[in-house]
Design a protein around this ligand. Structure first.
Ligand SMILES: O=C(O)CCC(=O)C(=O)O
Ligand SMILES: [Fe+2]
Length: 255
C-alpha cells in the first residue's frame, strides 16, 4: 500500500486573519531542567522526555484547550490522505512556539546546554541526530482531542519549510515531530497509544517481521520522532475510554 502522508491533510481551519491567538496559560509549575533528560527510546528515531509537563500543568492545559474552537475531522479523506478522526485546533503562533521552545527545558535539552542531558552527545552527533542545527519549533501549533472511538490511521509525517520565530524570522526546515501528551491512563484515558512500525525486512530475507514499537500515553511526556524521508510508519491507536489530548509541533533546523 502506498504510504499515506499526513502532511497532505488540510484541516478545515478558518482563514488565518480571522483566527484569534489563544491566551495560553503560563508554563507553571515545571520540573527543573536539571531533573529532566532526553531518553533514546528507539536509537536515531524516537526520543522522549518524561515529565516534560507536570500533571498539574497538563490538567490546566486540558481545561484551557477545551475552550478552544476545535473542529472534528471531516469523515472521508481525499484519496491518498491518512484517515484521521479527531478534533483539532490549528494556529500559526510564533510567540507560543518560542515559549514552548525557550520557556521550557526543551531548548536546553535538545541543544545540549543541560549538563548530562541524557544522551551525552558530541556537537557533531547532536547535529547528526536532529538533522542539522536546531533553531526552534514550527510556529504551526496543532491541538488534538481524541474521544472514545477516535484515532489517527497509519501515515508518515512530512518535513516542511517554515519560518522559525526570531526577529527577523529564520528560514527553517522541520526534521522531527513533537507530540506532547497531556493525558494518560492516570487521567482516565485508555488506548490512544502511538505505535511505530519498523520497515519490514526485504522480500527474500529470512528475518522475522519486526515488532511494532508502542508508546503508551504518559501524562506530560514529550515524544520526538524523526520525520520526512526517514519517518517511520506510525499511528495513533483508537481511544477506548476517556479523552486523549496532544499538543503537536515540530523541531526545526536551519535551512
Ligand atoms: O496522536 C498521536 O498519537 C499521533 C499523532 C500523529 O501521528 C501526528 O500528529 O502526525
Ligand atoms: Fe504523525
Amino acid at each position: 500500500m502506498a504510504p499515506k502522508k499526513e502532511g497532505k491533510l488540510k484541516a478545515s481551519a478558518p482563514p488565518r486573519a480571522a483566527q484569534q491567538i489563544p491566551n495560553w496559560p503560563a508554563f507553571t509549575p515545571l520540573i527543573p531542567e536539571s531533573d529532566l533528560s532526553l531518553q533514546e527510546a528507539l536509537p536515531g528515531q524516537i526520543v522522549t522526555i518524561p515529565n516534560f509537563f507536570t500533571a498539574t500543568l497538563c490538567k490546566n492545559y486540558v481545561s484551557f484547550l477545551s475552550g478552544l474552537p476545535l473542529t472534528t475531522t471531516p469523515g472521508k479523506p481525499k484519496k491518498g490522505d491518512a484517515v484521521r478522526v479527531n478534533d483539532r485546533y490549528q494556529i500559526d503562533d510564533p510567540a507560543f512556539a518560542e515559549r514552548l521552545w525557550s520557556g521550557t527545558s526543551l531548548k536546553n535539552l535538545v541543544t545540549g546546554v543541560v549538563a548530562g542531558e541524557g544522551l551525552n552527545l558530541s556537537d557533531h552527533q547532536r547535529k547528526e541526530l536532529w538533522g542539522g542545527e536546531v533553531i526552534g519549533l514550527n510556529p504551526n501549533i496543532r491541538i488534538y482531542r481524541y474521544s472514545k472511538g477516535q484515532f489517527f490511521d497509519q501515515h508518515y509525517d512530512d518535513s516542511n519549510n517554515v519560518f522559525v520565530p526570531g526577529s527577523p524570522p529564520i528560514p527553517g526546515r522541520t526534521t522531527w515531530t513533537l507530540l506532547l501528551y497531556l493525558t494518560s491512563p492516570a487521567t482516565g484515558c485508555v488506548g490512544g497509544e502511538t505505535v511505530f512500525y519498523p520497515d519490514p525486512p526485504k522480500k527474500k530475507s529470512r528475518e522475522p517481521q519486526p515488532e511494532p514499537f508502542v508508546v503508551g500515553l504518559e501524562t506530560g511526556l514529550a515524544l520526538l520522532h524523526k520525520h520526512g524521508a526517514d519517518c517511520m510508519l506510525h499511528e495513533g491507536r483508537e481511544v477506548l475510554q476517556g479523552e486523549k489530548w496532544v499538543i503537536r509541533s515540530d523541531l526545526c533546523v536551519k535551512r
